[in-house]
Design a binder for this molecule. Structure first.
Ligand SMILES: [Zn+2]
Ligand SMILES: [Zn+2]
Ligand SMILES: [Zn+2]
Length: 450
């Protein structure tokens, strides 16, 4: 398909070597109503009043006869020519100072039913009201308990721990006297709320060729089906909202497909770097310095950035001159997690969070109920707090699923003596992790080991 009038094919390229550079200093900036300018004769300038609507040959323009036009302005049915031309001082003024607009004026974007106030930054959309009532808890709460460890387990755990630490000696672990084991349980409660949020914004891409069809109203932002790849795992996807696309001239290059070269400021040539623009330079010949002709074009050379064209392909539209605009829907899934550790030992709570315990309770529902009958009162209280908090905290998101868990983490305080001194360490988690802050044969940086 030919793109006559869009500055890509058919038109001769930008000023050839020997041709006057573009734009001429003193000439008005492009485009000027009434003034002959770029593109070259033979190709009609863009857009042409009265020109057939874009796209051209092959397919009939949308909509078909009998169908009401949708939407009313700036879309395919009315053709590109109906797109309001850039007003003076907006496109031209900014481009002339070398600053291309990053996005078009918002009033030039289509009015899309159901998508008012869509901008160029993502705007969060509150979810429609949805059924939050869950009914009755289908089963009674059943909690599992956890076991204890032996003195042999305790010694093996600290031996293993000492072996894996680069500057820990294993001597104390082998020779220590284990006096007592104090077993307890730490309770690690987590509530996860897996929720979905949606945002929309206008985005554009270079438009190559073909037709853009709009076959009716777009679906509402929350009516577009999207499923998370995995429950309780944060992720996001972007998708195009159907029936929101239209083709418009590129706002950055005003539909020309190119922008003025920033290196030569459109001249196509610049001062030669070897002679500094004088056309002559010094050279040593037979031991003496002589002034010689530089060999460039009278102090000028072709601008290497634009190859003398004075203009470069617009990178917004990749030289096409047109952009395909559409509303992009971003669906984001976030797993919100709150947790609480309840325990009586002096083991830091952060360490308990890192290990696994026996799953004493786990349930997954669209909405969970606070745990009410766990043997540890604080867990019931925290569960109630967290469930209440999460029920109101994410009002710009739709809650898809909730999961709550209580892990019972075994914690054993090991009381031992070594060289007539009493100390302690902890073995905790199903992994038998060790926390021994005052282990006798440890140092931080490879110094002497006892
Ligand atoms: Zn240049
Ligand atoms: Zn030179
Ligand atoms: Zn462009």
């Amino acid at each position: 398909m030919e793109n006559k009038g869009y500055g890509t094919t058919g038109a001769p390229p930008y000023p050839q070597p020997g041709a006057p550079p573009y734009p001429q200093s003193g000439t008005p900036p492009y485009p000027q109503p009434g003034a002959p300018s770029y593109p070259q004769p033979g190709a009609p300038p863009y857009p042409q009043p009265g020109a057939p609507p874009y796209p051209q040959s092959g397919a009939p323009p949308y909509p078909q006869s009998g169908a009401p036009p949708y939407p009313t302005s700036g879309n395919m049915d009315t053709g590109m020519a109906s797109f309001p031309p850039p007003t003076e001082g907006s496109y031209q003024g900014t481009q002339d100072q070398g600053v291309e607009p990053s996005c078009p004026p918002i009033e030039t974007m289509d009015q899309v039913p159901g998508y008012n106030n869509v901008g160029f930054e993502g705007v969060a959309l509150p979810p429609p009201s949805y059924d939050e009532a869950i009914g009755q808890r289908p089963e009674t709460e059943v909690f599992k308990s956890t076991g204890t460890i032996s003195a042999e387990d305790a010694r093996e755990a600290i031996l293993e721990h000492a072996r894996n630490k680069c500057c820990w000696g294993t001597g104390p672990a082998e020779k220590m006297t284990i006096n007592d084991l104090v077993s307890s349980s730490a309770y690690h409660y987590t509530l996860e709320t897996f929720a979905e949020s949606r945002t929309t914004k206008w985005v554009s891409e270079p438009f190559n060729a073909g037709n853009v069809y709009v076959t009716g109203n777009p679906p509402g932002p929350w009516d577009i089906p999207a499923n998370p790849p995995q429950m309780f795992k944060s992720s996001k996807i972007d998708m195009e909202v159907p029936n929101t696309a239209s083709v418009k001239p590129c706002h950055r290059c005003q539909g020309i497909g190119s922008t003025r070269c920033g290196f030569c400021f459109g001249a196509g040539r610049r001062n030669c770097i070897r002679c500094g623009g004088s056309g002559r330079r010094s050279e040593f010949r037979d031991g003496t310095e002589q002034r010689v002709s530089c060999g460039c074009m009278g102090g000028q050379e072709i601008c290497s950035s634009c190859n003398g064209r004075g203009r470069n392909d617009c990178h917004k539209c990749r030289g096409r001159g047109t952009l395909r605009w559409f509303i992009q829907l971003t669906v984001k899934w976030v797993n919100h997690v709150v947790s609480h550790v309840e325990q009586r030992s002096s083991l830091p709570n952060e360490l308990v969070r890192e290990v696994t315990g026996e799953m004493a309770f786990e349930e997954t529902y669209p909405r969970v109920w606070p745990i009410a009958t766990f043997p540890v009162r604080e867990i019931n209280e925290r569960s109630k707090d967290f469930v209440t908090l999460h029920s109101t905290k994410f009002n710009m998101e739709k809650i898809l699923m909730q999961r709550q868990r209580v892990q019972t983490v075994p914690v054993t305080q090991v009381l031992y003596s070594y060289k007539d001194k009493s100390r302690e360490y902890f073995v905790f988690g199903l992994e038998h992790k060790v926390h021994a802050p005052d282990y006798p044969a440890s140092c931080c940086c490879g110094c002497s080991i006892l």
